[in-house]
Write a protein that binds this ligand. Structure first.
Ligand code: FHN
Length: 479
């Protein structure tokens, strides 16, 4: 009996020492699933290791919706510009005839890729087909593609080649929901719906295999439009298709939006385990604590205005500044995720000046400070008021990405127990050393030489083990 209790306690303490687990919320007993997650915990292969270290990415939403740019017959559509086809005022056929106007003479994939490179993006997610169903590649399974537009040329190929040339990995965005396909259904209510949806499933499979075959340089697929009942009920089909795609392209990266399990659970299966290689639920929101990401890989996709992905002429509401976006980048990296910033090129293919300016500003900062963003992740330190800690993967190098300097110019720093600062200096100027002043056990002030910083900056911390027992110097308050 005694032995049993000891074994139980040992197991319990082992469990509590374990890092945050992959599961979201574990049901009491494990449910047997035929189409649940294929793996628990993070992928450990080189492709995914690279993905994990990207830090910063670019999202591009480009399609026919960029031509009206959120405006139809002089009226402004209040939703996201790429959803304008769903607006009551517009007959579908009228929207679909935008294909005859699609001739983006200012489109220059190399210029896009160079701007992304300058910004510091290490991967790009590009819309091959958004909800309207228009294909940016000459798909042989659809007539609604670039091939039938005045432009004619394969845009996906141009993007993949140009970004690949700049050393930026490409992920292909694909909306399963397809508003213009006659066999698409939101829900399957009748025998006819069921027959039509079977055809739609085949069509979807064909297009995905076609994309993977045509663009072997692409590293992954970014799924969208997978929330409707019709698709959620296709657990077996989607599971088989995922297996087929992974077989065709070993190393392929697929997020948690692709398929549901047989109980209709999306992102996390009925046992609370992530389905896919990374959590894809962080859209226009960022977690606040490491516990919220459950030990999984994740990325956050973010718009510059509140909710506009495709080009919107109006560019209304709060427009995020470069510093706000950099703060989001640092926050994501500090919690082990990547930050992906969206761009919505115009109908003529040019990227609007406001977005180009943001990219330049972010890139200028990244040039000096990227060391704190690339191949970095959660440092294991308590969050502090001045900004975010990041840590170089596989080393003890810690970075303080500072956004708020107190009026005193002294940054308060709480280190984990028995960790000392052996050196602190500015990343942008390594000669600018900062002497840490110890103010309590594992607590320091870093007094900045300059208080009026206009831009965020990074301090590098070289840390070591604190062998001395300082408990006797700093007595804890008796309460
Ligand atoms: O409805 C889309 C939206 O237009 C946009 O593509 C975003 C990007 O993450 N995804 C969908 C909503 O989740």
């Amino acid at each position: 009996m005694k032995k049993l209790i000891i074994a139980g306690l040992a197991l319990a303490s082992m469990l509590s020492l374990e890092p945050v687990r992959a599961q979201q919320s574990m049901p009491k007993e494990k449910i047997l699933l035929a189409h649940g997650a294929h793996r628990e915990g993070k992928r450990t292969d080189a492709v995914m290791e690279k993905w994990r270290g990207y830090g910063l990415g670019q999202f591009i939403h480009w399609g026919l919706y960029a031509i009206p740019g959120g405006e139809w017959n002089g009226k402004q559509y209040n939703g996201a510009a790429e959803w304008i086809r769903s607006w009551n005022g517009i007959p579908n056929a009228t929207y679909d005839s935008l294909i005859y106007k699609f001739n983006p003479t200012a489109f220059d994939a190399t210029a896009w890729a160079k701007s992304a490179k300058q910004m510091g993006a290490r991967y790009v997610t590009f819309t091959t087909k958004h909800h309207d169903g228009f294909c940016m590649w000459p798909s042989k399974y659809s007539k609604y593609t670039v091939a039938a537009s005045p432009y004619k040329k394969d845009i996906v190929k141009a993007v993949v080649d140009a970004y690949d040339k700049e050393g930026i990995d490409v992920i292909l965005y694909f909306s399963v929901m397809d508003w213009s396909h006659p066999d698409w259904r939101y829900e399957i209510k009748t025998k006819e719906d069921s027959v039509a949806f079977e055809r739609f499933k085949k069509f979807t499979r064909n297009q995905l295999i076609e994309l993977l075959t045509n663009y072997p340089k692409a590293k992954g697929l970014w799924f969208d439009g997978t929330w409707d009942k019709s698709w959620v009920k296709q657990a077996a089909f989607a599971d088989d298709l995922e297996t087929e795609m992974r077989k065709l392209r070993p190393g392929l990266i697929i997020g948690s939006r692709f398929r549901a399990d047989e109980n209709g659970k999306r992102h996390f299966d009925s046992n609370g385990v992530l389905m896919g290689d990374y959590e894809q639920g962080w859209e226009r929101k960022i977690p606040n604590k490491i516990e919220e990401v459950h030990g999984n890989d994740w990325d956050c996709v973010m718009t510059v205005p509140e909710n506009q992905w495709g080009y919107n002429k109006a560019w209304n509401g709060h427009i995020k500044s470069a510093n706000e976006l950099l703060e989001m980048t640092a926050k994501c990296v500090s919690l082990g995720g990547n930050f992906v910033l969206n761009f919505g090129p115009q109908g003529d293919g040019a990227i609007r000046q406001e977005e180009l300016n943001l990219a330049t500003k972010i890139g200028d900062w990244m040039k000096l400070n990227q060391e704190a963003i690339y191949n970095c992740g959660y440092a294991g330190y308590e969050k502090q008021d001045w900004g975010y800690f990041t840590k170089k993967t596989g080393s003890d190098q810690v970075y303080m990405v500072v956004f708020n300097v107190p009026v005193s110019g002294a940054l308060r720093l709480k280190m984990p127990a028995k960790t000392k600062i052996s050196k602190a200096y500015m990343l942008a100027d390594r000669e600018e050393k900062i002497l840490p002043e110890e103010i309590n056990s594992n607590e320091y002030f870093l007094k900045l030489k300059k208080k009026d910083h206009q831009e965020p900056f990074v301090i590098v911390l070289e840390t070591g083990k604190n062998a001395e027992n300082k408990e006797s110097i700093y007595e804890k308050a008796k309460t």
